[in-house]
Design a protein around this ligand. Structure first.
Ligand SMILES: [Zn+2]
Length: 270
């Protein structure tokens, strides 16, 4: 690996402070005169923020390697508040995403929900790989609808929020093939007997349930060739979007613990 290195690199002490990682740029903001603070999702350490000094200067060696959605190899030095990006080299800039408004919108959504649903420095290589694979598919021009729904369903599962699509989330009875009520706050479908117990939520058609189950079981390969019309696309996107918003607005730490303990809805906790 040939990373542009802007540190002196001389003493043992500075070598201890340095580390490398492979990351995707989730967000960035201007800071100070010419610096940039970037939010990275790395394979090795999950999400964290770092400062890239001088990254906005025209001749910066860092700036071009820290664009949105870029898959980049970075070298960092531990800092007091934020770690400092000392070198960066782009592995894949995913340039086609930036040239296509639809792909760009979907990629922005993907990095934003990852930013909102994860905590700092929680390593999860599977999540990194999912994001990288999904961005690559968008870059290659695969239908953003299918790529993004697959990403959402897989991400929810990897983070412990898999929606329950097979059994009633309240009484655990297997669900017959029929439209069912999706209880956002409970994280799954309800049978006809239990549907009165959850306020809010929405009815999910048989077709939309089939699509979501196919995604979960067979991945993108199982759904990419499915012909689904605009109204079903809107239904699936709306249901997942509402559930994602719900999850993102929760206190993530406490919700995860509650779920691992086998609880249902955190609202039911005394
Ligand atoms: Zn039930």
């Amino acid at each position: 690996m040939n990373v542009a290195n802007e540190t002196d690199g001389g003493s043992t002490r500075s070598a201890d402070r340095l580390y490398r990682c492979e990351a995707i740029v989730l967000a960035r903001m201007d800071f100070g005169e010419a610096d940039r603070i970037v939010t990275l999702y790395s394979r090795q350490q999950g999400k964290f923020r770092a400062i890239a000094k001088g990254a906005r200067r025209p001749l910066s060696r860092l700036g071009p390697h820290l664009e949105y959605f870029s898959h980049t190899r970075v070298m960092l030095a531990r800092g007091r508040d934020l770690d400092v990006v000392t070198g960066a080299e782009t592995e894949n800039a995913h340039l086609a995403i930036r040239a296509d408004l639809d792909a760009f919108g979907h990629a922005s959504h993907m990095v934003e929900i990852l930013n909102r649903l994860t905590e700092d420095r929680e390593e999860n290589a599977a999540v990194f790989d999912l994001l990288l694979r999904s961005l690559r598919l968008l870059d290659e021009g695969v239908d953003p609808f299918h790529v993004t729904r697959h990403y959402e369903v897989m991400l929810l599962g990897m983070l412990g929020f898999r929606p329950e699509l097979y059994r009633c989330v309240e009484c655990q009875e297997p669900l017959p093939p029929a439209p069912h009520h999706f209880a956002i706050a409970l994280g799954g479908l309800l049978c006809d007997r239990c549907r009165g117990r959850a306020a809010g939520g929405r009815v999910i058609s048989v077709g939309a349930q089939k699509y979501l189950r196919a995604l979960e079981r067979g991945g993108l390969g199982a759904t990419i060739r499915l012909e689904i019309d605009e109204s079903m696309r809107a239904e699936i996107e709306g249901a997942l979007g509402a559930y994602l918003r719900h999850v993102a607005e929760r206190d993530l730490g406490s919700l995860r613990v509650w779920r691992e303990l086998g609880g249902g809805s955190p609202e039911e906790k005394p």
